[in-house]
Design a protein around this ligand. Structure first.
Ligand SMILES: *Cc1c(COP(=O)(O)O)cnc(C)c1O
Length: 309
């Protein structure tokens, strides 16, 4: 008899990576613009790269399990936050997981789907938080916060500092361009951060992730400049979609949902996320890329799709 496993695992399947990851692994994606996963088109900032080179010779040592330096820098970048308000994790995925691990078994999780079509201003979220029973944990996934240009959304982390049941989760995987290193953080009331640290695997944030994220956070101005570039290019894509008569959803992230088939983009040498997987069959989610990649997108929709067609 093999070991018995938890029966609720039987219905789960292993994660199916986006097509562009599989193609990249097989060396087949080189000629394509990879606009699938909402990664930044640029590599880590030079500051992050320098920090990585500097610590490599010390990779024989275990990382700081408390992630102290990064927590300080994160607290410093979020007015009103102290290090005791900061959660860290192997990507914001682990921050979200740790927050969920605090809740008693048998509860319910409620989440919007597709989450990107829900636009809540900070005032609406504040009202929602105030209306919730105190035993309900409100988790705000702010993976795209750096790309928000609508002032109605500003300073959301203050909500986590004003209340007892709000966690804001953020990541170094998007605007900071560090998706490959796996580092995320959260801002939360001190009690939640304390409990989250009890369930976190002590060395989940590795040495490379810690130093690169710290250096990148300290170069906040440069991250902001890159985010501004993305916001400008996002507007350019949305205008092009509009001119081509394509439906699209106004975005505050580094991606745009557009009513244009992924297969058509692929003919133009562009890989995007198929809308079907997100509840929008026939649509595509296009990550804002670098200038040349975005040119290619504009050209694809302007010519009605199909390279050489
Ligand atoms: C990219 C993304 C994240 C970030 O995940 P990491 O684990 O930090 O890489 C979180 N939430 C959403 C909605 C995202 O799109």
């Amino acid at each position: 008899m093999p070991p018995a496993f938890r029966s609720e695992l039987n219905s789960l399947r292993t994660y199916v990576p986006p097509k562009s990851w599989r193609m990249a692994a097989e060396g087949k994606a080189d000629d394509y613009a990879k606009l699938t996963s909402n990664e930044l088109a640029f590599g880590p900032l030079p500051e992050a790269e320098a920090a990585l080179s500097e610590v490599l010779p010390r990779a024989n040592r275990s990382p700081d399990s408390h992630v102290s330096r990064l927590r300080e820098v994160i607290a410093g970048a979020n007015a009103g936050a102290e290090t005791r308000n900061v959660l860290v994790g192997n990507g914001s995925s682990e921050v979200l997981l740790n927050a969920l691990q605090l809740l008693p078994a048998g509860g319910e999780i409620v989440y919007p789907w597709p989450s990107f079509s829900l636009y809540l201003t900070l005032d609406v979220v504040r009202d929602l938080a105030a209306a919730l029973p105190h035993h309900v944990l409100l988790i705000l996934d702010e993976a795209y916060v750096e790309f928000v240009d609508d002032p109605a959304y500003g300073d959301s982390h203050t909500l986590a500092l004003e209340t007892e049941n709000v966690v804001v989760a953020r990541t170094f995987s998007k605007a900071h361009g560090l998706a490959g290193l796996r580092c995320g953080y959260g801002i939360a009331p001190a009690r939640i951060a304390d409990y989250a640290e009890r369930v976190r695997f002590p060395v989940s944030v590795n040495l490379a992730a810690q130093v690169a994220a710290t250096a990148s956070m300290m170069a906040e101005e440069k991250v902001r400049a890159r985010a501004e570039f993305v916001v400008g290019e996002r507007a350019r894509l949305q205008e092009a979609f509009g001119r081509a008569g394509l439906d699209n959803i106004p975005s505050q992230g580094n991606f745009v949902m557009v009513g244009f088939e992924a297969a058509e983009f692929e003919k133009s040498g562009i890989l995007v996320r198929e809308g079907g997987a997100l509840g929008y069959p026939g649509w595509s989610r296009v990550t804002v890329g670098n200038s040349e990649e975005n040119d290619r997108v504009v050209e694809a929709v302007s010519s009605g799709g199909g390279r050489g067609a």
